[in-house]
Ligand binder design. Structure first.
Ligand SMILES: [Zn+2]
Length: 446
């Protein structure tokens, strides 16, 4: 960076300095405007959100105060905002220099002490904003990640660098849906995004095999956060609670900080939803072309007869180990194709066949974690099309994976359990208010 500064900086210094003398008033006016809007923001955020009975008096008082500041800015300043995108190879120096900032100022910016943001390390693909008044830059904004924004203000003295959090609005709402032909279809029907279906399948991955267990008439209810920015939907926040009724059986999940401080989902009784084995060896996803994502997967009638469960899935779908364990078999033969066997403990093991490829690093003896990708769906061996043949064994004998009962990983106790009960009942009440079009329950800034 230092070398770049010396090499190509001189013109920038001269041009900007001369411009600066001439245009300083504009910058001051911009700063005034900024202060005014910040003050307004402060006023609006400090309003109590719910109780509006005592507001009118205060509000008119504050407005009166603000008006003179605004009206003194004459003619009105119209800052121009341009949005750019960081390209590979872009440097902070290059961008600012092109905007007419002098080298000394750039150096001050680059060496500014701003928390843990490395200003000279730009991430390609991220956007930045340049705010100009009368063609002169007054502010440069860059978002190093999804949570923070760096603002560099250019005035008549040293640039002022500050980091603030991106203002998101969070809406909490409760909604429910009914499955007719698929979970994705049900989510679509209530006008939500497919990722909500995936999030639900991850929460209940130890309870429900989303490929095979879903039935027409199953229902789900979620209490979730939606994150907005400037009124536009950005992403889903946390799913605070969820209820899934599958084939008449109810499963509940409540997000809570467990004993180790990490956040996790717990059932109504405070038991962790995590179990020793995942219900399915594939991560639920929208099925790609060749399979109708709108339909439930056909459940073969041959489950026990051929000692395994067939998961129809497109080739290359990642296959995951249903539990922690050790690879005890890795081979390719004419019947099973590429097959892996994982030994989970002295009693249980699982097998995965017909794979297109093994995941890299998978060998006999390799330790694998629950959910770890061990291979990819294919049609190797004796098979008519791509699918995963999955089997479980208890003491070496085949068992129907659906019938394997495993104890829950952990249960909340003591004070934690008391806090959990309180949160659970609160969220449970909100879940019950759910409608099919979503019910907004409250908003909070973040
Ligand atoms: Zn099979």
């Amino acid at each position: 960076m230092g070398r770049d500064l010396r090499r190509s900086g001189r013109r920038g210094v001269r041009v900007v300095n001369s411009g600066e003398r001439r245009r300083t008033p504009v910058r001051i006016r911009y700063l005034l405007l900024l202060f005014a809007s910040l003050a307004l923001m402060w006023v609006s955020t400090s309003e109590p959100g719910t109780d509006k009975s005592d507001l009118p008096e205060n509000r008119s008082e504050i407005t009166d105060e603000m008006v003179p500041v605004k009206s003194s800015l004459d003619p009105p300043i119209v800052p121009e905002i341009r949005v750019g995108r960081i390209k590979r190879g872009d440097t902070l120096y290059g961008i600012l220099s092109e905007l007419g900032i002098d080298d000394v100022s750039i150096m001050n910016v680059a060496t500014a002490d701003v928390e843990d943001v490395n200003l000279s390390r730009l991430v390609a693909g991220k956007t930045y904003k340049v705010i100009t008044v009368d063609d002169q830059i007054v502010e440069y904004q860059y978002e190093p990640d999804d949570t923070r924004v760096v603002s560099i203000m250019f005035g008549d003295s040293e640039p002022d660098v500050r980091v603030s959090s991106i203002p998101y609005e969070i809406e909490t709402l409760s909604l429910s849906g009914t499955i007719e032909d698929s979970l994705f279809g049900a989510v679509e029907k209530i006008r939500e995004k497919p990722s909500l279906a995936l999030d639900l399948s991850e929460i209940f991955a130890w309870q429900i095999d989303f490929f095979r267990d879903l039935r027409k008439g199953d229902t789900f209810t979620v209490l979730l956060e939606k994150v907005y920015r400037d009124g536009k939907f950005v992403k889903y926040g946390d799913i605070l609670a969820a209820k899934f009724i599958n084939a008449g059986k109810e499963y509940s999940a409540f997000l809570f900080s467990g004993s180790d401080g990490g956040r996790d989902y717990f059932d109504r009784e405070g038991g962790s939803l995590r179990k020793q084995f995942l219900k399915a060896p594939l991560r639920f996803r929208r099925i790609s072309s060749g399979y109708t994502g709108r339909r439930l997967h056909p459940v073969t009638g041959r489950i026990v007869a051929h000692r395994g469960i067939d998961y129809a899935a497109s080739a290359r779908t990642p296959v995951r180990s249903i539990g922690d364990g050790k690879i005890v078999l890795k081979k390719k033969d004419s019947v099973n194709g590429r097959i892996l066997k994982v030994r989970h403990n002295s009693v249980y093991s699982s097998a995965y066949a017909h794979m297109r490829a093994f995941a890299s690093g998978i060998k006999v003896g390799t330790r694998v974690r629950q959910g770890q990708i061990i291979g990819y769906v294919g049609k190797s061996g004796r098979t008519t099309g791509p699918h995963l043949h999955f089997a479980m064994y208890r003491n070496g004998r085949y068992v129907n994976p659906g019938s394997v009962k495993v104890p829950r990983a952990s249960t909340l106790a003591g004070e934690k359990m008391e806090t959990f009960r309180f949160i659970r009942d609160d969220r449970d009440a909100l879940l019950k208010k759910a409608g099919t079009h979503g019910m907004v329950l409250g908003e909070a800034g973040r």
